[in-house]
Design a protein around this ligand. Structure first.
Ligand code: HEC
Length: 102
């Protein structure tokens, strides 16, 4: 009986670890050190990560226009969004990640 309990605790822990690594893999590598600084909490009116309703009117502009906004800067957002090494594809992945429900 005791062994069964320990086994199920271990299995649950392994399952949680597996879930955590899947979620981490979905977050683009550059997110935490750049976009996340403002978009995680919605600093100065930044559309919030994981809140699709806030991103809907932005996405309506089209992905190319959004990438251009990030590269040129918009309002408080500095040109490049603090990601100096990001390519257009990186920006697209970051925007797609932020606009999706978390
Ligand atoms: C210093 C804070 C800050 C950082 C860092 C930042 N943003 Fe923003 N972002 C903002 C703010 C504030 C707005 C809203 C600007 C406005 O509408 O006046 C915004 C708006 C946007 C928009 C909408 C643009 C539009 O045309 O409506 C996109 C897309 C975006 N950010 C993507 C990113 C990406 C991708 C990164 C990381 C590479 C990033 N942001 C980093 C603050 C930031």
């Amino acid at each position: 009986m005791k062994v069964n309990v320990i086994n199920s605790v271990l299995i649950t822990a392994a399952a949680l670890l597996a879930t955590a690594s899947v979620q981490a893999a979905e977050q683009p590598a550059q997110y935490a050190a750049s976009c996340g600084a403002c978009h995680a909490v919605g600093v100065a009116g930044a559309p919030k990560t994981g809140d699709p309703a806030q991103w809907e009117p932005r996405l309506a502009k089209g992905m190319e226009a959004l990438v251009a906004s990030v590269k040129n800067g918009l309002g408080v957002m500095p040109p490049g969004g603090l990601c100096a090494g990001c390519s257009d594809d990186d920006y697209k992945a970051l925007i797609t990640y932020m606009a999706a429900p978390q």
